[in-house]
Design a protein. Structure first.
Length: 307
């Protein structure tokens, strides 16, 4: 392997008339990453993915994949890339097997019986390989789309919202498949998703973009470690407790109240101190729940609280 980064994007910009969809974007994806690509609706995620797959051209900036310029080496690079953008399309009145055979031949992939059945087994569709795709659920179509993307054994897999519209079981199946492809098949995965919990579970690194611009990038674990965490205290007599807090030095740490729960933003060493303070003042604390989730972090970043 002659490259340090699977994807290296610098200063990427895309405009549609007067709308700047992607604005001077930088990002870095390393071999073996499950890379979470996050941002609110309209942040420029799908536009970026379309540029990575060479479906649209940027106005400025550079894209390197496998250490080479996408602009100058498009054909050779895309041979090693598999992708799903939005929902995959198939011939609905043909079987899953026939779809993979036809689409594989179009893309120049191996369409031997062994290869097609291997891909269908990988995504859990081998028992329905003769069924017409029109009889497939949404989740099955998503898995078939991944099978199609894997048919030519790509090194990099780009998935744009692969769990959209799936039920919890379907989401788990896609999540497990992504983990398997990363851990067992040594694939690098670029995963765009708005389901933050999914990214938190499976991604090793991530970027959050907003208004087409990088807000933060790094290892998921490192980004979620913070000097302060959100901590919820479940207390009796919550109104009286709030009055006490508002007249104490803890007021600056207070965030909000909901039912019998009070939320604070605290340094790790302060949690026990606040718990002791409440109990010494006669309040029963029935639960202390620290939360530093990707959802909290995402909202903080995209609402402009942190860069």
């Amino acid at each position: 392997m002659s490259y340090e980064q699977v994807i290296e994007v610098r200063g990427l910009t895309k405009k549609f008339r007067n709308i700047v969809a992607v604005n001077n974007l930088d990002l870095n994806v390393y071999p073996g990453d499950v890379f979470g690509f996050l941002g609110p609706n309209g942040a420029g995620k799908s536009t970026t993915i379309r540029m990575l797959l060479s479906l649209i051209k940027p106005n400025s900036g550079s894209i390197k994949i496998f250490g080479k310029s996408l602009k100058e080496n498009r054909e050779n690079i895309l041979r090693k890339v598999g992708g799903i953008v939005e929902k995959p399309d198939f011939y609905l009145y043909l079987s899953a097997y026939k779809n993979l055979e036809i689409l594989g031949k179009i893309s120049g992939a191996d369409t031997s019986n062994k290869k097609i059945m291997e891909m269908l087994e990988l995504v859990g569709l081998e028992k329905r390989y003769k069924s017409k795709v029109k009889t497939y659920s949404h989740g099955m179509k998503q898995r078939l789309g991944i099978a199609q993307a894997l048919l030519h054994d790509p090194e990099l897999i780009i998935l744009d919202e692969p769990t959209t519209g799936l039920d919890p079981q379907g989401m788990k199946e896609i999540r497990d498949l992504i983990v398997y492809l990363s851990k067992t098949k040594n694939k690098t995965i670029f995963l765009s998703s708005h389901i933050l919990r999914e990214v938190e579970i499976i991604a090793s690194r991530m970027i959050i973009i907003n208004k087409g611009t990088t807000q933060v990038e790094g290892k998921v674990d490192d980004l979620l470690k913070s000097d302060k965490v959100a901590v919820t205290f479940e207390v009796d007599k919550v109104d009286e407790a709030l009055s006490l807090i508002n007249n104490s030095s803890w007021k600056s740490s207070y965030v909000s109240t909901a039912k019998n729960e009070m939320k604070f933003e605290l340094a790790k060493t302060e949690t026990a101190e606040l718990n002791k303070f409440l109990m010494q003042n006669g309040f029963a604390v029935s639960a202390v729940v620290p939360v530093r989730s990707l959802e909290d972090y995402f909202l903080k970043i995209t609402e402009g609280g942190e860069k």
